[in-house]
Structures are given as C-alpha cells and as structure tokens.
Design a protein around this ligand. Sequence first.
Ligand SMILES: Cc1ncc(COP(=O)(O)O)c(C=O)c1O
Length: 392
Amino acid sequence: MAAAFQPFELERIMSDWEQVVEYNLSESGAHPVKVRELIEHDPDILDRMLDTELGYGYANGSPELREAIAQYYPGATAENVLVTIGCIEANFITFQTLLEGGGEVAVEVPCYLQSWGLAHNLGAVRRTFNLDPDRGWALNTDSLEAAVSDKTKLISICNPNNPSGQILTESEMDAVVRVAERSGAYLLADEIYAGSEREREDVSPTFYGRYDRVIAAGSMSKSFAMPGLRIGWLVGSRDLIRKLWMRHEYLALSTAKLSNHFLAPLALRPDVRKAIFERTRGYIRRGWDNYQTWIGENADILSLVPPQATAISFVRYNLKTDSATLANRLIQEKSVLIGPGDYFGVPNHLRISYGLPPDYLNEGLRRISSLLRQIAEEEAAGSENERGAAAG
Ligand SMILES: Cc1ncc(COP(=O)(O)O)c(C=O)c1O
C-alpha cells in the first residue's frame, strides 16, 4: 500500500495565514519590488508589453531569458537551461525525474522541506545529513558521508541555506562534490538565495560546473524580490534538461508570457540585477541592525548564529513549548506569522524574517517577544505549581 501523502507543512501554514495576519514575518525574500520600479530600467518595455499577444510563448523559456540565466553559470549556454514556474517546480520535476521508480535521496537538514516531503510522496528512501547548530551551522561532513552511498540517486542541498542563512565554505563545497562524485549521485543545488549576502559583496558561488551531474536551481523570488513573476530555472547537462522539460510539459507547459519574455529577462540584465541585489541587501542590512538589537534585548530566551545571507534568521529559543504550538499562538494571539523550526527539521527554533521595512519589522518583533515573555511566565508558574503539588 502506498504511504500516506505528506503535506508540505511550512507552505500549509503560510497559505492559510500569510494574507490574513497583520504582521507576516514568515516570508524569506526581501520586500517585493513594484512593477514600476522594475520597468524604470527600460522605459520602452511597457509599450512592447502592451502590443504583445497573450499566447503561450516558449515552453522551455524564451531564448532571451535562457541566455540571460546562462550567463551567470560558468560554461553554460541557453541549451543548459529550463525555465520553470518558480524554484518550486524546478525542485519538483528534478525529484520526479531522478527518483522515478524510487531509490535513495540524501536531504540536508535543516532545509526547506519540500525535498523531504516530496521524496516521501515519490516513495523514495530518505537519508539526512546535517548542518551543525553548535558549530555555526557548519556542514557535518561525517553525516554527509554516512547518508550517501552507491545507492544514492540524488543529493539535495540549499546554498545559501534556508533557514539558517549560512553559506558553505569552498572546502565544504569541495566535500559535497567529492561525496557526490564518489557515489555517482546527481547533486541538486537550490541556490535561490544567492545574491542576498548580508556580510559580503560577491554573489555566493554556484555548484554548477564543479561536477557533471550538478543541477543548479534558481528563481526570481528571493534575492530578486519578485516572487510574483513566478519564474524559476534549472541549469544542467543538455541531456538532463531535455528529460526535465518532458516533465515540465506534463505539469506546467510554460511559464506566464509577460514574465518569460519581458520582465524576467530585464531583471537579469547585469546592471539591473546589480541594482536589485543592492536593494535586497539594503533591506537585509538595515533590518539586521534592528533585529540584532531585538535579539540582544531578549538574550535570556533567544540565541542566534548570525545569518551570512538571506532575509531570514533561524533563532533558537529556550522554552518548553514546541515551535508549532508557539507559531499557532503567535497567529491567534498576536496576528504574527513566523516559520516553526519543526517545519525545517529542527525543534526549538523559529524562522523569522528581518528584511522588512523598519516600522513593520519592529512592531512584529515587539509582538513576538511579548508572547515569548508571557509563555516564559506561564511555564515558570506551571513548574511552580508542579513543585507545590509534589511538596504537598
Ligand atoms: C529554498 C527554497 N527553494 C524554493 C522555494 C520556492 O520558491 P519559488 O517562489 O521560486 O517557487 C523557496 C521558497 O521559499 C525556498 O525557500
């Protein structure tokens, strides 16, 4: 009998609540770009868009868009690129293609658990390897070696990492490639957060080109701050890209024409990409100052390895209440949404976004700490009562 369907818990809570709460601190991209802000980089584009017929467009992505993507991957051409509906489809069809008929997959934890649920729903055998919270979320290479064998078909990694915001070092990347090469497994590198670096100016390097079975996934949703375009992509060998395209035909046919032919190619133009990444980093860096102050003020409950990239942080809390209960109380009592750590594979953590306008961020954080303090008091009173009952 097939195993029960596993829902995608993080996206479930977000779909239910992100448009409802007063303060949404669950979003992992920087504050979204307005259409007006984007098209200011090409004043004639609007006219061209208005004269466009709303036909299907290119199923695998317009040549212009695939070339614009390929320029950022060493040695890639438009033939190595497939354009998808967001990185969510990119990951989905990669899993579906490479795990057809089951097999083993090695999944990084913590991560965006699309990989975890998807592997289960495809009937694959799941192994995990870890980033270590006690070593600043460094890659635990022993756990990687243990999770990967010659049975492994796919290794799934996210760099920069969602939710910890850490960027793999060059030697960690080498270790991942070494382990993948030894087993012959494909390596799916979800690099959707490259470009959102908080501490450094260079864009995090890609795995693409380091091993012939790398498939790199990206998107307009996070560092580009344009999730509404619903454009993502995969970059891999021509052979694999053709196989993935055949799954894309079943699932999506093509992406939306105005994004595919106009808006995404414009956002990827080198000067525009640079300006957008600066905007994203501006939100992240300004938000970080406020956020760091808030963490300091609540250091009796919270601790954090500072994220090196992304608009999110993965903060540890020292209360007994589990993270899903805490997140639900935040929704019900404070109208704030965050991501519970359990939905990324790590208990006693919360994923909180900080790449937001200051007034919005500060009020959201104020509400979170007020509930944390209330829960700390409740838990202390509960322990007091238990002690009283035991003594009586
Ligand atoms: C690591 C990761 N991959 C993929 C996605 C899906 O993004 P998209 O909007 O491009 O479909 C997300 C969204 O949060 C993500 O965090």
